[in-house]
Each structure stands twice: as C-alpha cells, then as structure tokens.
Design a protein. Structure first.
Length: 249
C-alpha cells in the first residue's frame, strides 16, 4: 500500500462534501476517481494532496500520517500533483518551468542536476523542441503536457492528476494519456490517481475506478465490473442522478 484514506469527512459549514470516504492505492495501480458534479471528487483530491485538511478521518502516505501537511512537504516525500487549470508560469519557457519545479524540490545547490533532469523530462513529454518557447505561446494540449511534466519532474512515487485531459481536443486527450503512461514507466512511477470526467479515457487507462456520489463511495471496482453495473453507470454519467445534495453526516 502506498496511499490510504480512511473515513474521510469534510464539512463546509453545514454542507458535507465527503462522508466517510475510504480508499487504498497500491503500487502498480492506475486509479480513476469519477462521479457527477458535486460528488466530492475535487475535495477528495485536495485532501489526498494535503491542500485541505479533513474534518475527520486520516490520510497515510507510505505509512506516514499526511493529512493537511501541504503539497510542498508531500512533494519531498514523493507525491506530486497536476491541476485541472494549467498552472504554468506564462512568461517562463518550457525548460525554465521544468527547472523551477526541480529546484523548488532539490534546492539551489543541485542546479546542474536539475538542468540534466529537466532535459530528460522534456524529452519524455515530447517538449524538447519547444524548450525555449514561452509557456503562454504553447497550444492547450502542450500546456497540459507541461503541467503534467512539471509534476513528473519532481520524481514522485505517486502522481495525482486533476482532469488531465480537460479543455483539449479528443485527439489530444489520447496523446496526453499515452505520453504520461509511457513517461510513468520510464521514470518508475509506482502509481497514478486521476480525477477524470471523460469515461472513454477512464475505461481505456484505469485498472480500478472509484465512483463517488453525494460525498460517498458508490463503487470501487475494476472497469469491467463498473461497466456491468448500469446503476453505477447511470449515476456517474448523470442520466438518473438528481441534483447533488449534502448527505447527512
């Protein structure tokens, strides 16, 4: 087990965003977190990555309690995250962006190593020929790749991706996923967790799916099991799911 959440609950005033959510991620897994709007996906990913502290429950990463410790400390422990909204600095070039991520983790004394590592990451993500292009001039698909590459540059053991294919074309979605999966194998990444709304992407790349609904775990199973459960599919896709409501905590 590399990452574990047990009984997570998160209250925002009287609204209960998560109610007793538990999950486990083992080495070698690609886990997708899915659900309709308001299901608690973003809250869960924010808690898992230390951005938000849970109201109750615990998060353990490599057998350490890490609830609310913050993404910087988690990055040093081996967990990295990309965001739904691209976080690149618009005035930095591709290589400067990758080196900034590395130096932030490794410190200024390792700038030479960071320079070598950033070049390798740029190559893994097909960005080498755009190394001196300012991030703001990249097409949206490459901005997404740069955001993900910045997280990979931290040499994590596990990476959490928040909507890695949002805002890009269908063709770019597959290219992004193929690239990040290939890169994960190259650097020896232990596990990937993603929040994703595109179910074609979810079923194509995941080996386990966690479906959330109204702040609770609706299903946690292999893709074939999820596909065979029409109730779960209808709820996740939203055909029968009513407007999200706050569960009674």
């Amino acid at each position: 087990m590399i990452l574990e959440a047990d009984g997570l609950r998160k209250l925002y005033g009287e609204f209960c965003a998560l109610d007793g959510v538990s999950l486990r991620v083992d080495a070698g897994e690609f886990v997708s977190i899915v659900g309709p709007n308001g299901a608690g996906k973003s809250t869960l990913i924010n808690i898992l990555t230390g951005v938000v502290r849970p109201s109750a429950g615990r998060v353990r990463f490599k057998d350490r309690e890490v609830g609310g410790v913050g993404p910087v400390r988690l990055a040093r422990l081996g967990m990295a995250r990309s965001f739904q909204l691209v976080q690149v600095f618009p005035d930095l070039t591709v290589l400067e962006t990758l080196q900034a991520a590395l130096v932030a983790r490794l410190g200024r004394a390792t700038r030479l190593f960071a320079s070598l590592a950033r070049d390798r990451v740029a190559e893994l993500f097909g960005l080498s020929d755009k190394g001196h292009v300012p991030a703001r001039h990249l097409p949206q698909g490459d901005k997404k790749l740069l955001d993900i590459a910045s997280a990979f540059a931290l040499k994590p053991e596990i990476i959490l991706l928040d909507e890695p294919t949002s805002g890009v074309s269908t063709a770019d979605k597959t290219a992004i996923m193929d690239t990040l999966v290939a890169a994960s194998r190259q650097i020896g990444l232990s596990a990937i967790v993603q929040v994703e709304h595109d179910m074609d992407i979810v079923f194509a790349y995941s080996n386990r799916i966690v479906a959330l609904h109204q702040g609770r775990v609706l299903a946690d199973a292999a893709p074939s099991t999820i596909l065979a459960d029409q109730r779960v599919l209808d709820t996740v896709i939203g055909r029968r799911a009513g407007a999200p409501r706050a569960p009674a905590c």
